[in-house]
Design a binder for this molecule. Structure first.
Ligand SMILES: Nc1nc2c(c(=O)[nH]1)N[C@H]1C(S)=C(S)[C@@H](COP(=O)(O)OP(=O)(O)OC[C@H]3O[C@@H](n4cnc5c(=O)[nH]c(N)nc54)[C@H](O)[C@@H]3O)O[C@H]1N2
Ligand SMILES: Nc1nc2c(c(=O)[nH]1)N[C@H]1C(S)=C(S)[C@@H](COP(=O)(O)OP(=O)(O)OC[C@H]3O[C@@H](n4cnc5c(=O)[nH]c(N)nc54)[C@H](O)[C@@H]3O)O[C@H]1N2
Ligand code: SF4
Ligand SMILES: [Mo]
Length: 725
């Protein structure tokens, strides 16, 4: 008998509500849940393929251990945990806790407490080497917050926006960044229909660009220049909100001086767009009663991500586009503890040069976390403090880390590599142990991530008092021996005789000044995942029991207004941060261009059916092509003498891959648009038509990188295209 159970898809941070048809304890079909608020029953192909993920013949039903010949064999989870704990103890005893590192990837979204438990474990063993995908994603978001400060009252509703700028962000496909995550295609369509003017800055006319009022189809890597030119127009034409500035903003004169070299005419030449369009974009934005900006990985990967995010945030503050006293709080807490939103600044905070020191390139921790792009070198550099054990939680470094060959060398050299994962990913193949986890429909989940992402970047998170709890709806497959990802850390801590204290603040949002909410776990009686969530949400704004009463989720009655500014508040948002403005002045004299021998600029691209490397083992999701085509403008193809389907060589100064060419008339000429996380381990992917190529091989972590977060150039990368191999 088939039953239909409501749940939430936890494959990406949209967390779409779904209905799952369950037959004999297994999920067989997923559709959108029209009874849930805010999403109108939206799902994407990845979410609809959840049953295939759960029932895949390739799914690991037990943990695996690598044998001496290199192949893996099944191992009982208790045995694996005993052996890993013993090896960790030996490594810590011999080399100290710093020899153990953690890397957490994007699939932590499947059960968010796993990140805080993993962090608690690292703290407990005394290792600061805690890395995540954040520093190879948009680390500039937190750097900008640190340099600029944040606004406690939050932002007005998306519905009120008269303009929106998307900078290297394609929310219709990625559901990411500064744009409503709930059914973004629909949100965009409705907004444009009500008159919102969409401005897109992207070398590609993306799926999110169709309704754009202005599309600045700029040369990749020119975003800070474009924003500086717009700020110059806003200040020169008196379009800023002087009352708001007077009370809340500092550094305007420094900013005015710094943007002076960026006239729309000069930047237009540099970015390859029209000066009139830059001026028009600035006016449309600043003359709106309210407008917003969404930043994606495009600018973040193009070397000045922190600066771009900072300038965008400054532009918002100059125009006073923040909620004022008496306005409704747009992103209230439901599962997080109550807080008082005030119409005042939280001042800038120290965001870099903090935390642990890396032994390479003078890099340190920052508000964005530890510099993941330096971890391969850190593993390979001999001497005191060398990392010898790595736990990979819900990530796939061999597909994701820039400079795949270096990552391969580093991960192959480890004394202990442990990966949690449900299939033999590229990283699993190199691992000594692969811990097989239960998957999302087999564990409880909730919507809190939609609330707390607002603390991590500009205009993120869901609007409205939405809350959702999704209990497990199917048991793990019969005969399997699986644990939940977080249990790895609990069990290791227990075996090492350590305690664990976890909190709801997840580390990245300390500046948010939330009431502390930490819980010390009982190490003798293991909590269930639902008990864990109960502990974490013990002080939630809406009682968890009330949230649980709504199986499709609900909009809760927590309307709150923004409080007036404290009488003694002197905090200001800073638009004149010296380090940021120095970086701006440096790029004024060092334009980004393709290079003579490498005349094309490679740019990043997300595709609808695959989430980074997730989904590639599902033939249905790969039905169009099993590989990642290299898209070029048809005119560039003519110039190169190439036709669709040709194998080309893509070469950067640092490496080369083979790829299959495909035409895309939506691209700016001179760019090669290609998605990441394809290909295989070195040696596995010589024929690009089989599994595509790994563009991480074209990147260098050391040649050009952000000195604060270590993120290297991952887009706007000069490449050479050679046809006819
Ligand atoms: N060249 C290039 N490199 C890039 C990017 C790019 O655009 N271009 N993008 C960068 C960005 S933005 C990011 S965020 C990183 C991503 O870096 P990672 O997060 O390391 O990569 P993912 O492929 O997302 O890894 C998620 C892994 O978790 C597994 N998984 C799925 N569900 C579960 C689960 O419930 N439990 C466990 N344990 N595992 C699960 C998936 O199978 C997959 O192997 O890559 C970065 N690297
Ligand atoms: N379907 C799907 N959804 C995903 C993912 C996925 O792999 N598949 N990955 C998830 C992850 S980990 C992340 S971080 C987000 C990322 O989400 P997005 O940031 O939307 O990611 P992309 O589509 O890679 O890049 C956005 C745009 O940046 C443009 N671009 C490239 N270089 C530049 C530049 O220098 N300047 C400007 N202005 N634009 C540039 C590209 O042409 C592209 O259209 O998506 C998440 N959601
Ligand atoms: S957009 Fe797709 S993958 Fe993301 S939560 Fe929704 S259904 Fe799942
Ligand atoms: Mo990402």
């Amino acid at each position: 008998m088939a039953e239909i159970a409501p749940s939430i898809c936890r494959l990406c941070p949209s967390l779409c509500p779904i209905l799952v048809t369950v037959e004999q304890g297994r999920p067989v079909k997923v559709t959108g849940d029209r009874d849930a608020p805010l999403y109108e029953g939206y799902t994407c192909p990845k979410g609809r393929a959840l049953p295939e993920q759960h029932n895949a013949p390739t799914r690991l039903l037990t943990s695996m251990k690598r044998g001496s010949a290199g192949g893996h064999y099944s191992i009982g989870s208790e045995q694996a945990l005993d052996e890993i704990a013993a090896k960790l103890r030996e490594i810590i005893d011999r080399h100290g806790p710093r020899a153990v590192a953690l890397y957490s990837g994007t699939a932590i979204v499947s059960f968010f407490p796993m990140a805080t438990i993993a962090g608690a474990f690292m703290k407990s063993i005394g290792s600061p080497m805690r890395f995540s995908a954040n520093t190879i994603d948009k680390p500039g978001a937190q750097i900008a917050q640190a340099a600029h400060g944040t606004w406690q009252g939050g932002s007005p509703p998306f519905e009120a926006a008269e303009a929106w700028i998307l900078i290297g962000l394609n929310p219709v496909i990625s559901k990411s960044g500064g744009f409503p995550p709930n059914n973004p295609a629909r949100r965009l369509k409705e907004a444009v229909a009500r008159g919102m003017k969409l401005i897109v800055i992207d070398p590609r006319a993306t799926e999110s660009t169709a309704r754009a009022h202005i599309h600045l189809q700029s040369k990749p890597g020119t975003d800070p220049q474009l924003l500086a030119a717009m700020i110059r127009v806003i200040l020169a034409e008196g379009l800023a909100d002087s009352d708001f500035i007077l009370e809340n903003v500092q550094g305007v004169e420094e900013l005015r001086k710094a943007v002076h070299p960026f006239s729309p005419e000069a930047v237009a030449v540099e970015a390859g767009v029209s000066a009139d369009n830059i001026v028009e974009a600035a006016r449309v934005f600043a003359q709106s009663r309210y407008a917003g900006i969404g930043l994606g990985v495009g600018p973040s990967f193009s070397l000045h991500g922190g600066l771009t995010d900072y300038l965008a945030t400054c532009m918002i503050s100059l125009c006073g586009f923040w909620s004022r006293a008496g306005d409704v709080v747009q992103r209230p807490h439901v599962l997080l503890p109550p807080y008082k939103a005030k119409a005042q600044a939280s001042p800038p905070f120290k965001g870099w040069g903090i935390g642990p020191q890396m032994r390479v390139r003078g890099l340190t921790g920052s508000a964005a976390g530890m510099p993941t792009a330096a971890l391969s070198e850190e593993i390979l550099l001999e001497g005191e403090g060398q990392v010898r054990a790595l736990i990979v939680l819900a990530g796939n470094p061999l597909m994701a880390w820039p400079d795949q060959l270096l990552a391969h060398k580093a991960l192959s050299s480890l004394e202990l590599l442990v990966t949690t994962g449900y299939e033999m990913s590229s990283t699993a193949k190199l691992s000594h142990y692969v811990i097989a986890p239960k998957l999302t429909l087999e564990i409880d989940g909730d919507s809190s991530e939609l609330e707390f992402v607002k603390y991590n970047g500009l205009l993120r998170g869901i609007e409205g008092p939405y809350g959702r709890y999704a209990p497990a709806i199917v048991p793990p497959p019969e005969g399997s021996d699986l644990i939940e990802d977080w249990e790895l850390f609990y069990e290791l801590a227990k075996r090492l005789g350590l305690g664990l204290t976890i909190s709801t603040s997840y580390g990245l949002m300390d500046h948010a000044h939330l009431p502390p909410n930490s819980v010390t776990l009982d190490m003798t009686v293991k909590p269930t995942s639902s008990e864990l969530l109960e502990m974490l949400y013990a002080n939630s704004r809406v009682p968890l029991s009330e949230v649980k009463n709504h199986p499709h989720g609900a909009m809760f009655d927590v309307e709150e207004r923004v409080y007036p500014r404290d009488a003694d508040c002197t905090a200001r948002l800073d638009v004149g941060n010296p380090l940021m403005l120095e970086e701006l002045s440096e790029i004024a004299s060092a334009p980004v261009t393709a290079e003579l021998d490498f005349p094309y600029l490679m740019i990043c691209r997300r595709i609808n059916n695959i989430m980074n490397s997730l989904g590639r083992s599902n033939p249905q999701l790969l039905s169009r092509t099993p590989y990642n085509p290299a898209y070029l403008h048809p005119d560039d193809m003519v110039a190169l003498g190439a036709t669709e389907g040709d194998v080309i060589s893509l070469e950067s100064k640092f490496g080369s891959v083979k790829a299959i060419i495909m035409a895309d008339g939506d691209l700016r000429r001179g760019t090669v648009s290609i998605t990441h996380s394809f290909g295989g381990l070195p040696g596995e992917d010589d024929d690009p038509s089989v599994m595509g190529c790994n563009i991480g091989r074209l990147l260098s972590t050391t040649a050009e990188f952000d000195p604060i977060t270590g993120i290297p150039r991952m887009s706007a990368l000069p490449v050479r295209v050679t046809v006819g191999l």
